[in-house]
Design a binder for this molecule. Structure first.
Ligand code: NAP
Length: 868
């Protein structure tokens, strides 16, 4: 841009408080612009001004139309505007709430109209040119899971920008959008901090990284500047996502073949997150059969599609996937590439030179050597010229190699574990795998988690389970499997003699499917784990399952979480447990509709049961009255090791009942009370039980609202506990006094090894108490203080601990507002520490200076470097 272009220009940036907006504001200010920084949170604006006081802050909620107009008026004229503010509220489509829709559209779209109207009207009156940049996103054109409304707002921004460009252009006001890919700002983290999810997205970004804030800021500055004077109405993608369509070239998936060639002799083949489709399963299935995958490049077949007459109805068998097809279909329904070669006019010849042809369907240009349109994967050149078909053949391992040996996989399949999760495998792909499984006798673990094999694919795999007696683990979670799939899998279980673990979570199996699975369990003598979480199971199906459990002798882990089971279903299961014939060790019933009555039935069963080790009742409506019988059961039952009561509407009364039971119980090792409401009274009862109980190892009281007085009440029991090794108190309201009480515990207790007090209100003073106690403590190995405001002074206290303490191996100080000097203290301490293996300092406020100190420390520290 022209030197000094931004000097004395007024630029308005919305959403300036954080992320892209913040960096953009600072950079524009540095370029000499007078920046009006609009944001919602005053604190963020204050932080911004602290960095550059030439910036003018405007604190307003952009969802408020009138307030926004009023707030902007005093700053006119504004020649340059960046509509950057947005919110991301993610939800699955079926759960979208009207209020979230309103917020998203009001902030992401309506505010652009509101603020741009005000600015543009003024510029038009003054006859001044201008430039507006709207922040859109890759999401405007993509389908991203859980982003339905966000994607809609960004599509709206694109549409709005085009019309703004059209109508404001004649007034010399240019309007453009930028469409960034993922940028790991606060917003980016909401959608993409999950590593698996991120990997899926990254695989579509050819540059193979997410964008940095600067990658977005610079193009915006370009669009604002005089270097883009003829650019109007464009949508500029920042790293366009390119995903390969299911076209001809993809069938021979070089990446997949290479992976198989490289790993074909290794026992584990991981092919997750590769966008693998049904076509690819032909290659994978052949590998499992021990056949070679050969790309035939030396022989090319010239075929004319005109030889196929659409009224011929002869059946033909596809060479690739052995499915029967109809001749009027030029392309095999299943593998979408092969064609009935016998019906084609085949001549050996070279490929025609790369003649271009236009696809009828999507009008894209293709090369003649591509038989199917790259883009829409369906059309072919019309009128059909001669075109090339690359044929991929499979060969039995026994057949001799010829000139294609360079493409061959030389060793028979020895794959034991095949991981195919997070791909796009459908029923046909599952069918190919199923066929291969029938003859394969090496594979023991197959994961198809998160594909789309649906009921039909499950039926094929179920059929294979009747023949295959090698597979031990089959993961079919998140595959859209409905009852028909469940029924066939159930029937197959009755005949299968190898499967130990079957994962069917997040499917659509309901009672009918479960009845078949129950019938299968009656005859099955191997299965130890059945995961049916998040299906559509109700009491009716549970009745059959509970009956089957009485005769089954192998099942140890049964996950029925997040279904539609009520107290009646709990009664059926309880009746089975009471017989003591059931071999179950873990029963997960979390997220169902079990109420107090159901808890009564289960408690009655627990009194006599001596097999169950873990019972998960989290997220049911147990309430205090349901806890009462469970507590009595704990007096008699000394087998149960884990009791999960997260989000069960328990208050102090329920805690009192539980505490009474704990005083007599001699088996429970883990108690989870997360997301219940506990105050000082409840804490006092728990404290008392801890002094009597000698078995509890883990107590989880996070998200219970416990504050300083609760912590003080609990401290006595914690100090005297002879068994507790892990205490979770994260997301409570512990402040300095609570931290002081915890410090007392750390001085006296001899069993605690893990203390998690993340996201409380502990500041530097509280940290000082804890640090002081830690200097003498000889048991604690893991301390999580993340999300507390310990700051540099807290970091200094802890660094003193690191110099003296010889037990702490993990210290989590993420998001603790630590700046350069705090990191310097820690880095210095690390040089003398020989025990700390993990130090988490993510999301703090240090810059190059701090990083330099850490780098120095790592050079001298022998233990910690791998995990920092
Ligand atoms: P961010 O870190 O979440 O920051 C959003 C900013 O918008 C914050 O400063 C926030 O204000 C402000 N804001 C939100 N609601 C507001 C309201 N009602 N009134 C006033 N200000 C409000 O977001 P970002 O990642 O920098 O994203 C910036 C833009 O890029 C957005 O339009 C986003 O859709 C787009 N984008 C982001 C990504 C990504 O991966 N991050 C990818 C593509 C496109 P306070 O801080 O004051 O609360």
């Amino acid at each position: 841009m022209t030197e000094n272009y931004f000097q004395n220009k007024t630029v308005c940036v919305t959403g300036a408080g954080r992320g892209i907006g913040q960096s953009l504001t600072l950079k524009l200010a540095k370029l000499g612009a007078k920046v009006i920084a609009v944001s919602k949170t005053n604190e963020h604006l204050k932080e911004l001004i602290a960095q550059d006081n030439s910036i003018t802050p405007v604190c307003v909620d952009l969802a408020d139309w009138n307030a926004t107009k009023e707030a902007i008026k005093p700053h006119l004229p504004i020649q340059l505007l960046v509509n950057n503010a947005a919110v991301a509220i993610l939800d699955s489509f079926l759960d979208v709430k009207p209020e979230d829709f309103d917020t998203l559209f009001n902030v992401n779209v309506r505010s652009i109209i509101c603020i741009s109207q005000e600015i543009a009207r003024d510029l038009i009156e003054r006859k001044l040119p201008g430039s507006i940049v709207n922040l859109s996103s890759q999401a405007s054109a993509a389908a991203l899971k859980d982003h339905s409304v966000y994607c809609s707002t960004k599509a709206a921004v694109d549409g709005l920008t085009r019309v703004m460009a059209l109508e404001l252009g004649p007034h010399q006001i240019r309007v453009n959008t930028v469409q960034p890919t993922v940028v790991l700002t606060d917003m980016g983290r909401i959608g993409w901090s999950d590593e698996k999810k991120a990997a899926g997205m990254l695989s579509k970004i050819p540059l193979n990284r997410f964008a940095e804030v600067e990658d977005v800021v610079d193009p915006i500055i370009f669009l604002l500047s005089d270097k883009s004077q003829m650019i109007n109405g464009v949508a500029l993608p920042i790293a366009r996502n390119i995903s390969v369509t299911a076209a001809a070239e993809q069938y021979y998936n070089p990446e997949l073949v290479k992976l198989i060639e490289e790993n074909g002799t290794k026992p584990e083949l991981a092919l997750q997150h590769m966008g693998l489709t049904d076509n690819d399963m032909i290659i994978v299935a052949n590998t499992l059969r021990g056949k070679k995958v050969v790309k035939k490049t030396s022989r090319q077949i010239l075929a004319s599609a005109s030889t196929l007459s659409s009224n011929e109805k002869e059946e033909w068998t596809c060479e690739r996937c052995t499915l029967l097809n109809n001749v009027s279909m030029n392309i095999c329904e299943a593998c979408s590439l092969s064609r009935p070669l016998s019906r084609l006019n085949i001549t050996n010849c070279d490929a025609p030179a790369s003649t271009e042809w236009g696809c009828e369907q999507c009008t894209l240009l293709n090369k003649a050597s591509v038989t199917i349109c790259d883009a829409c994967a369906a059309s072919r050149p019309s009128p059909p010229p001669s075109f090339n078909v690359s044929v991929f053949e499979t060969k039995d391992q026994s057949q001799s190699d010829d000139d294609e040996s360079n493409h061959a996989q030389d060793k028979p399949s020895v794959i034991i574990t095949l991981n195919l999760y997070w791909n796009a495998i459908g029923p046909i792909g599952a069918q190919n795998l199923a066929e291969a499984l029938k003859s394969n006798n090496t594979l023991t673990d197959l994961s198809l988690f998160s594909n789309q094999i649906k009921g039909d694919g499950a039926i094929q795999l179920a059929d294979a389970l009747r023949y295959n007696q090698t597979l031990l683990t089959l993961n079919l979670g998140e595959n859209g499997i409905d009852d028909s799939g469940g029924e066939h899998l159930g029937d197959a279980l009755g005949n299968n003699k190898s499967l130990i673990t079957l994962n069917l979570r997040n499917n659509r199996i309901d009672d009918k499917g479960l009845q078949h699975l129950a019938a299968g369990l009656r005859n099955n003598k191997k299965l130890t784990t059945l995961d049916l979480e998040s299906n559509r199971i109700h009491d009716e199906g549970i009745q059959d399952l509970a009956n089957a459990l009485r005769s089954n002798q192998t099942l140890r882990i049964l996950n029925l979480g997040t279904n539609g089971i009520t107290s009646t279903g709990a009664q059926y299961l309880a009746a089975a447990l009471e017989t003591n014939k059931v071999t179950l060790r873990t029963l997960k019933l979390n997220g169902n509709g079990i109420q107090m009555k159901g808890a009564h039935y289960l408690a009655a069963a627990l009194k006599n049961n001596n097999t169950l080790l873990e019972l998960d009742l989290a997220a049911n409506h147990i309430e205090d009255e349901g806890i009462k019988p469970l507590s009595y059961a704990l007096r008699n039952n000394h087998t149960l090791v884990t009791l999960k009561l997260e989000v069960t509407q328990i208050t102090d009364d329920g805690v009192r009942y539980l505490a009474d039971g704990l005083c007599y119980n001699k088996g429970l090792q883990e108690l989870n009370l997360v997301y219940n409401t506990i105050t000082k009274d409840g804490a006092e009862h728990l404290s008392n039980s801890l002094t009597h109980n000698n078995t509890l190892f883990t107590l989880n009281l996070s998200h219970t609202g416990l504050g300083d007085d609760g912590m003080r009440a609990l401290a006595d029991g914690l100090e005297r506990s002879k068994s507790l090794s892990t205490l979770h108190m994260e997301y409570n309201t512990i402040k300095t006094e609570g931290a002081k009480a915890l410090a007392g515990v750390l001085r006296k207790n001899n069993t605690l090894t893990t203390l998690n007090i993340a996201s409380n209100d502990i500041g530097a003073d509280g940290t000082e108490h804890i640090a002081d106690a830690l200097k003498k403590n000889k048991t604690l190995t893991t301390l999580n203080l993340s999300g507390n405001q310990i700051g540099d002074s807290g970091a200094q206290q802890l660094s003193d601990v690191l110099k003296e303490n010889n037990t702490l191996t993990t210290l989590n100080l993420a998001a603790c507002k630590i700046e350069d000097s705090g990191v310097e203290y820690l880095a210095n301490a690390l040089q003398n520490n020989r025990i700390l293996a993990t130090l988490n300092l993510s999301s703090n406020k240090f810059k190059e200076g701090g990083a330099k100190h850490l780098a120095n420390a790592l050079r001298n520290n022998e233990v910690m470097s791998p995990s920092l």
